[in-house]
Design a protein around this ligand. Structure first.
Ligand SMILES: Nc1ncnc2c1ncn2[C@@H]1O[C@H](COP(=O)(O)OP(=O)(O)OP(=O)(O)O)[C@@H](O)[C@H]1O
Length: 660
């Protein structure tokens, strides 16, 4: 392996040739795939795989084919004297020779992220490459084998680069404590508590990509699900996994997964609080199972000239036994049917009649009327409709009278069909639907901003990861819902993984130190016990400006911000967004493109190169957890934060000495 830039440029050419070969090979195979595979089913599967590979390779932007290189020393038992280039995807060598690039997820690549001067892991030299677009511009070496380790300029430049466009992958710069989480075993459920910008989202997405690589077969059936807080966030992160070659991960919000549509009804906060409370699980179960009636008379089934009879006592035993089996409601109904049919079959056989499949089906159909009276088929909507009309019975002894009253519809809709469901109702409908029939589970679920999930929402997530594992990402200090988590162990219990380990990430990669310092002054008022963080970034700027008029002040700040490279986000209390957008338009500033104005309620998980937070007091006052919201808003900036205020700042925010 060469060590000069020219040698590396030659290697870039080898990679490009390798990619071309892979693309041609995949295309050829698409053509012949159907004739080589043994049967139609495998032909189709193979064909689909090859087509998607060909598509993936041809659509992949010609990005840098590698970002690092490992030269192993003579003391490495496994890789003695070998060198490997590490990149986003594996690139095959010529004529079946060794690959020219190793996938970052391969076991050998691990040392790229983990080796250090103290523990070189057999690595003599770690090389990091610098690229300008698709051109290789240079590299940095660390001679770990000789105890040399330096602060990487390439690493710092990547972390401090101005942000434009959607979120990018971090494969070239994953930090050791992040790598630990990314490569944790598939069966391990984790909870990552991390301050703003510590890379929780990045870690979650890279974990998804890693698991799909390391456990593709096991995950093929169940799949991987990523849940984020809102659509803007999903839009922001949506390019990361495809850039890593993973296009099959479902990325959505919990609400959308539960079937949310536009125009949902809104709950008063008090009603939402009751609906999201864990005790609702019991209320719903009761409401559903209250539909089951004790059999009060025998069942008679006509069969030609004969009538079969199953006595009341036996029917009661069947229903009671089935209830004790704790099956989903819908499965229980079919089990009761089958047991009644079985009782009739025994009688028939005693009379010397043989019971074939068609006869059994006929008897099964004939008991439906009886079954409908005893264990009726139900739809979740019907159960919830009746519950919200009158929760008295199911809520007795579980909810207080006051809670029962806020749960009750003031004006019930005419029917279950015409009801408009709120966000909280969808969670209740899901609980019911899953009591009736088990939902589809995933092999692995990644939940971002998990601190905001209510106990009932946690249950919805738990049901989808019951037979799989879970990565929970969040920050207790950023909880903004009335039911936000205050401690992770309890939350992990609700999420069905009480043994999941809670791990803290404490180095921030987004927010500059001066901004972190300002935001941290709020922490004491947030009642969240979270570990202190340090910012990796010493660059960046914080400016706090008192203005006479908010609109004018924001326009001036935005004008200045646009002089820099990168995205600009104005974050304001939801009620102020319209007026501020107009002020910017009227001043000839183009909202859209590089400049966004967004309500504080939508800024979670997002980041902008330059952030203007408009009127912190209004953000703090707008909701019960307004200070948490303000904490989120203040921590969206990558390079510069402008705080613009016409009113006094909230007293909980103390200014660092040099900021004002
Ligand atoms: N190892 C890394 N190398 C380069 N950039 C990184 C690294 N880790 C995180 N980042 C960057 O830092 C920024 C913040 O990361 P991310 O959004 O994942 O943090 P977060 O913990 O989810 O933040 P928040 O809680 O505020 O939503 C992103 O731009 C991300 O790409």
């Amino acid at each position: 392996m060469g060590t000069t830039l020219d040698d590396e440029l030659d290697h870039v050419e080898r990679c490009r040739a390798g990619l071309r070969r892979m693309l041609e090979g995949a295309r050829d195979n698409v053509i012949v795939g159907e004739s080589v595979a043994g049967d139609r089913y495998s032909a189709e599967r193979l064909g689909r795989y090859l087509k998607s590979l060909a598509k993936e390779l041809s659509e992949e932007p010609e990005g840098p084919p590698f970002f690092g290189r490992l030269d192993f020393g003579r003391d490495s038992a496994e890789h003695r004297g070998r060198a490997y280039h590490i990149g986003r995807r594996h690139i095959t060598g010529e004529n079946g020779g060794p690959p020219v690039v190793i996938d970052w997820r391969a076991p050998v690549a691990r040392a790229f992220y983990r080796a250090s001067a103290r523990d070189p892991q057999g690595v003599a030299v770690r090389r990091r490459f610098g690229w300008r677009d698709t051109t290789l511009t240079g590299f940095e070496d660390e001679r770990l084998g000789q105890g040399e380790e330096s602060e990487s300029r390439i690493l710092a430049a990547e972390i401090e680069r101005p942000r434009v466009g959607p979120m990018r992958d971090i494969v070239a710069t994953i930090q050791p404590e992040q790598d630990d989480l990314v490569r944790a075993e598939l069966d391990t459920s984790l909870c990552v508590q991390g301050a703003p910008g510590t890379g929780k989202t990045a870690v979650g997405l890279h974990r998804a990509a890693y698991l799909l690589y390391a456990h593709r077969r096991r995950l093929e059936r169940g799949g991987v699900l990523v849940l984020g807080p809102n659509r803007a966030f999903l839009g922001y992160i949506s390019a990361v996994l495809p850039a890593l070659g993973e296009v099959d991960v479902e990325q959505t919000t919990l609400q959308r997964l539960l079937g949310a549509v536009a125009g949902a009804a809104a709950d008063e906060e008090a009603a939402a609080v009751v609906k999201h409370d864990e005790r609702m699980a019991k209320v719903l179960r009761r409401a559903l199972y209250a539909r089951i009636r004790k059999p009060v008379e025998p069942v008679a089934v006509p069969d030609g000239s004969y009538r079969w009879r199953v006595e009341e006592d036996e029917l009661r035993r069947i229903v009671d036994d089935t209830r004790r089996d704790s099956l989903p409601y819908g499965v229980g109904r079919e089990r009761v049917r089958a047991r009644v049919v079985e009782a009739i079959r025994r009688q028939a056989e005693a009379r010397g009649q043989t019971a074939n499949a068609a006869w059994l089906r006929k008897i099964g159909r004939a008991v439906t009327t009886w079954l409908d009276a005893v264990w009726p088929a139900v739809k979740p909507e019907e159960v919830l409709y009746e519950l919200l009309r009158d929760p008295s019975d199911p809520a007795r002894g579980v909810l207080t009278d006051a809670e029962r009253d806020v749960l009750t519809w003031a004006e019930p809709p005419r029917s279950a069909k015409s009801a408009r469901w709120s966000a909280a109702d969808l969670v209740l409908l899901d609980e019911l639907a899953c009591l009736i029939e088990r939902p589809r589970g995933y092999g692995h679920v990644i939940v971002d901003e998990a601190q905001d999930l209510s106990p009932m929402e946690c249950r919805a997530v738990a049901r989808r990861s019951e037979h799989g594992s879970l990565t929970v990402l969040g920050d207790l200090a950023q909880g903004t819902t009335p039911w936000a988590a205050t401690a992770w162990p309890r939350h992990m219990e609700l999420l069905g993984k009480p043994d999941g380990e809670v791990i803290a990430l404490t180095t921030g990669f987004r927010v500059p130190a001066a901004v972190v310092e300002l935001a941290n002054t709020l922490l004491a008022a947030l009642e969240a016990q979270v570990p202190a963080t340090r910012s990796y970034r010493t660059d960046g700027r914080l400016r706090i400006t008192r203005v006479a008029g908010l609109g004018k002040g924001v326009v001036a700040a935005v004008r200045e911000a646009l002089a820099f490279e990168g995205s600009v986000g104005v974050i304001a209390a939801d009620a102020d967004v319209e007026a501020l957008t107009s002020a910017l338009w009227n001043d000839g500033l183009d909202v859209g493109g590089r400049l966004s104005v967004l309500p504080a309620s939508m800024c979670k998980g997002l980041e902008y190169d330059h952030v203007v937070v408009a009127e912190p007091a209004a953000i703090a006052e707008a909701e019960r957890r307004g200070l948490n919201r303000l904490y989120v808003a203040l921590t969206r900036a990558v390079s510069r934060l402008d705080v613009v205020h016409a009113r006094p700042l909230p007293p909980q925010l103390s200014l660092p000495a040099e900021a004002s």
